[in-house]
Write a protein that binds this ligand. Structure first.
Ligand code: FAD
Length: 191
């Protein structure tokens, strides 16, 4: 549900980890489940249509990478409550939802003698970090975090759920993997 500046939750959602950046979006949406992202984006589209003003969607997991002010032309999508992580030790693959941090991944991974390709700050989210390329301590030995990305479940700009992967049937989903591997992404990641 979209909340305006007078609502509970707006102040907390617009206080990014990088507190030097000012955030005053038109609305905030604090989602509690990955499934809430698609209907939230529909709500943003309806608001943009009814007001006749385009609205940019700014997903934010932790605000660690907040690099530019967010103003009235945007809706902030706060995914910080989406924190689930699961590890398949056999395939050595982690499944994370939008707001999961590297500290949560590595706390689960180390129980299997594994380690994710994290950066230096444990509070950074897997999604934002990986979409920026993911250059961490282990880059020389094991490569970029984005190089280890297997698939991205996301919602695109028209509210459609998509799965990007190198072997996806649709060429758009194969091309999206390129963007998710360092070009900042082309949708709102759910998982
Ligand atoms: C001042 C500063 C200092 C830093 N210091 C360190 C450091 O010491 N160690 C370190 O490891 N990194 C550091 N970083 C790097 C940086 O914070 C991360 O690499 C990363 O981008 C943060 O990801 P986040 O998701 O936690 O942050 P966020 O700010 O929440 O997101 C970062 C970007 O990812 C996008 N994004 C987030 N979630 C989604 C989603 N679900 N779908 C689509 N896009 C999404 C956001 O829109 C945003 O563009 C620093 C960055 C800054 C600006």
């Amino acid at each position: 549900m979209l909340a305006d500046a007078d609502s509970d939750g707006y102040a907390a959602a617009t206080r990014p980890h990088n507190s030097s950046i000012k955030q005053r979006p038109a609305r905030v949406a604090v989602v509690s489940r990955p499934e809430d992202i698609a209907p939230t984006l529909d709500e943003v589209a309806a608001l943009a249509r009814s007001s006749g003003t385009p609205l940019e969607i700014v997903p934010q997991a932790t605000g660690h990478g907040a690099g530019a002010p967010v103003g009235k032309g945007a809706v902030l999508l706060d995914t910080s409550r989406l924190a689930d992580v699961s590890i398949d030790p056999e395939s050595r693959v982690a499944m994370v939802v939008a707001g999961a941090t590297w500290s949560a991944v590595n706390a689960a991974a180390e129980q299997h003698g594994l380690l994710g390709l994290a950066g230096s700050a444990p509070s950074v989210s897997v999604s934002g970090y990986t979409f920026g390329g993911g250059i961490g301590w282990l880059v020389r030995r094991d490569g970029l975090a984005s190089g280890a990305l297997r698939a991205v479940h996301s919602v695109d700009g028209s509210g459609r759920s998509r799965t990007a992967a190198d072997d996806a049937t649709d060429e758009v989903d194969r091309a999206a993997m390129w963007a998710f591997r360092g070009a900042g992404g082309v949708g709102s990641l759910t998982r």
